[in-house]
Ligand binder design. Structure first.
Ligand code: ATP
Ligand code: MG
Length: 233
C-alpha cells in the first residue's frame, strides 16, 4: 500500500472545444467522484443531487457514507450560489479525508516506501465544471476558503481536483497556480490564446491550429498533443 500525491488539473477551451468531453473521459473508471455540475450535464453519475438551501449537503454525505469506496455524485448548485456550494462540498471532503491524511502522515513518518506493485490508497476526485462560476478571480478564496485550501494545501489530502473554464483568466490563481497538469483546447481569441499558452509554457502560435476535441497537454514540463476520439455508434 502507498499514497499518491493528489493533483490539480486545469482544463481550458472555448465553448464546444472539448472540456466536458475530456473531464468525462478522465472520470471514467474512477470509483470515488463528486462532480460539481452547474450546467447539469452529468446524468450518467449514479447519484444526482440538486442544491437546495437545506439538506443537500446531508444528501451528499449520505451518498458518500452509503458506499465510501464507490460513489459517483453529480451535485448541481443553485444559480448564484456556486461559490458557497463549492465551499460546502470542499469542507465536507476535507473533513471526510482526515483519516486518509492521518494514515498518510504515519506512512511518511515510517519512511514512505512504495513497494513494486503496491496499490495506492484510493483518492477522491472532485471535478469542478465551469470553475469561473464558483472560484472567481476576485474574492474566490474569501467565498470558498475550504476549496482554496484544497488547492494550495491539498497535495497530501487525497482529494484530486480537475476543473475547467473557458478562459484561463477567469479562474482564481489559487487553483491556477497549483496545477501540475494543464489541458488546453482551442481558444476563443488571441488574448485567451496568449494566457493559455503561458499556462502551458509554450508559444501562442502552437495553439492556433487546434480543432475541436484536439488539445495540448502539459504534465509538469512535458508537453504533448492529443485528440479525443469517440467510438462510432
Ligand atoms: N459522446 C460523444 N460523441 C460524439 N461527440 C461528442 C460526444 N460528447 C461530446 N461530443 C462533441 O464534442 C464537442 C465538445 O463538446 P464539450 O461539451 O466537451 O465542449 P465544452 O468545451 O465542454 O464546451 P462548453 O464550454 O460549452 O461546456 C462537441 O462538438 C460535442 O458535440
Ligand atoms: Mg462543457
Amino acid at each position: 500500500m502507498h499514497f499518491d500525491d493528489a493533483e490539480r488539473i486545469a482544463v481550458y477551451g472555448r465553448s464546444g472545444s472539448g472540456k466536458t468531453a475530456w473531464l468525462k473521459k478522465y472520470i471514467r473508471g474512477k470509483r470515488r467522484i463528486i462532480v460539481f455540475d452547474p450546467m447539469d450535464e452529468y446524468h450518467e453519475m449514479k447519484t444526482r443531487i440538486v442544491h437546495s438551501s437545506r439538506g443537500s449537503l446531508e444528501e451528499v454525505r449520505a451518498a458518500v457514507l452509503d458506499d465510501p469506496t464507490g460513489f459517483q455524485i453529480a451535485f448541481v448548485p443553485a444559480g448564484g450560489k456556486e461559490a458557497e456550494a463549492l465551499n460546502m462540498i470542499s469542507a465536507m471532503l476535507w473533513e471526510g479525508m482526515a483519516g486518509y491524511r492521518a494514515a498518510r502522515r504515519k506512512w511518511e513518518r515510517a519512511g514512505a516506501k512504495r513497494p513494486n506493485g503496491s496499490r495506492a490508497v484510493p483518492k477522491v476526485h472532485l471535478v469542478v465544471e465551469e470553475m469561473n462560476l464558483s472560484f472567481k478571480v476576485h474574492g474566490g478564496e474569501d467565498r470558498a476558503p475550504a476549496f482554496a485550501d484544497i488547492c494550495s494545501r491539498g497535495r497530501r489530502s487525497g482529494i484530486e481536483v480537475a476543473g475547467c473554464s473557458q478562459r484561463v483568466k477567469e479562474v482564481n490563481t489559487r487553483f491556477r497556480g497549483n496545477c501540475s497538469k494543464v489541458v488546453v483546447f482551442a481558444q476563443a481569441d488571441s488574448l485567451d490564446t496568449k494566457a493559455a499558452a503561458e499556462a502551458l509554457f509554450i508559444k501562442p502560435g502552437e495553439l492556433e491550429d487546434l480543432q475541436p476535441l484536439q488539445y495540448i497537454y502539459r504534465e509538469n514540463n512535458t508537453i504533448s498533443r492529443h485528440e479525443i476520439k469517440f467510438k462510432k455508434s
